[in-house]
Ligand binder design. Structure first.
Ligand code: CP
Length: 291
C-alpha cells in the first residue's frame, strides 16, 4: 500500500531521524540519488507558493523524475470533480501526488483513494513538509535534536501544529506562546518570557496567513507583543537562532535586524525544504510495489 504524508504522524521516530540524516547527506551531494528515475510527480497548487513550488519541482528533477506543475484552475478539481475521482485517475498516470490546498479534508480524500503517495504541501490545518525542513535546520545547527528547546511565538496556525507533531516525534521540547484567542487547542500557550527562556531557537510565522485576511487588523493588534525582535531573541540562549518559514513581513512578526542578522537561520531553513523533501520523496516512493 502506498504511504502518504499528510500531517507527519505517519512517520515513526526512527523514520523521521533517518529522513533528517538523509536530507543532510543529499545536501552534501545533491545529485547522488536517482530515486525518481523515469517517474512522474503531480504538483497541485491551489494557492501561491515560492519555496514549496521551487523546492519540489527542483527536487523531483534532481532525483531523476519529472514534475507536472498544475496550478489553480488547471485541473477539473477546481470545477467540482471530486478528490476521489482525481486520485483514481492520477494513480494510473503518475507515481506521486503533492498538493497545496485549503481544506485538509481534500488531501485526506485524495489519500483515501490514491494508490500512489499523497504529500501535503500545506493545508489550513497542517504544513508538515515545512516542519521537516525546520528539524533539518535545527539538527544542522546544533548537531542533535533530542533535548533541544524550540519556542514558537505568534499565531497558533498550521505551521505551529506541524511543529508540534514533528517536535514530539523528534524529542524536541516545543514551547508555544500565542495570544489566548489564537492558541492551538492541542497545546496550552505559556507566557512569552517563559517560552523563550533557555530556547535554542525562536520561531515565528506571518501574522495573517493565506486565506485569513478577513480580520487582519484584529490579529495584528493581538500579535504585536509577540514580535520576534532583538529584545526577545536576547532572552533565549546566547547561541539561539531565529527561524521563520517565510514569506516574512519585516517590522510585523519579525524585525528586519533579526531576519537578516547573524543569528538568523531562515535562509538555511528555506534551502532545507529542498533536501528534506527529496529525502521524503525517496522514502515514500519506496513504498510503491512496482515502479
Ligand atoms: N514556507 C512556505 O511554504 O513558503 P511558500 O508559501 O513560498 O511555499
Amino acid at each position: 500500500m502506498a504511504r502518504h504524508f499528510l500531517t507527519g504522524e505517519e512517520l515513526t521516530t526512527g523514520e523521521l531521524q533517518g529522513l533528517i540524516e538523509r536530507a543532510i547527506e543529499l545536501k552534501e551531494d545533491r545529485l547522488r540519488s536517482r530515486a525518481l528515475e523515469g517517474l512522474s510527480v503531480a504538483l497541485v497548487f491551489d494557492k501561491p507558493s515560492t519555496r514549496t513550488r521551487v523546492s519540489f519541482e527542483t527536487g523531483v528533477f534532481e532525483l531523476g523524475g519529472r514534475a507536472l506543475v498544475l496550478r489553480e484552475g488547471e485541473l477539473q478539481l477546481s470545477r467540482g470533480e471530486s478528490p476521489r475521482d482525481t486520485a483514481l485517475v492520477l494513480s494510473r498516470m503518475v507515481h506521486a501526488i503533492a498538493i497545496r490546498t485549503g481544506p485538509h479534508e481534500t488531501v485526506e480524500e485524495l489519500a483515501d483513494y490514491s494508490d500512489i503517495p499523497v504529500i501535503n504541501m500545506l493545508t489550513r490545518d497542517h504544513h508538515p513538509c515545512q516542519a521537516l525542513a525546520d528539524l533539518v535546520t535545527l539538527r544542522e545547527r546544533f548537531g542533535r535534536l533530542e533535548g533541544l528547546k524550540l519556542a514558537y511565538v505568534g499565531d497558533g496556525n498550521n505551521v505551529a501544529r506541524s511543529l508540534l507533531i514533528a517536535s514530539r516525534l523528534a524529542g524536541v521540547e516545543l514551547a508555544i506562546a500565542t495570544p489566548p484567542e489564537l492558541g492551538l487547542p492541542e497545546l496550552a500557550s505559556i507566557p512569552l518570557d517563559e517560552a523563550v527562556r533557555g530556547a535554542h531557537a525562536i520561531y515565528t510565522d506571518v501574522w495573517v496567513s493565506m486565506g485569513d485576511e478577513e480580520d487582519a487588523e484584529g490579529k495584528r493588534e493581538l500579535l504585536a507583543p509577540y514580535r520576534l525582535d532583538e529584545d526577545l531573541l536576547s532572552k533565549a540562549r546566547d547561541d539561539a537562532i531565529a527561524l521563520h518559514c517565510l514569506p516574512a513581513h519585516p517590522g510585523e512578526e519579525i524585525s528586519e535586524g533579526v531576519l537578516y542578522g547573524e543569528r538568523s537561520a531562515v535562509w538555511d531553513q528555506a534551502e532545507n525544504r529542498l533536501h528534506a523533501q527529496k529525502a521524503l520523496l525517496e522514502l515514500l516512493i519506496s513504498s510503491l510495489p512496482e515502479r
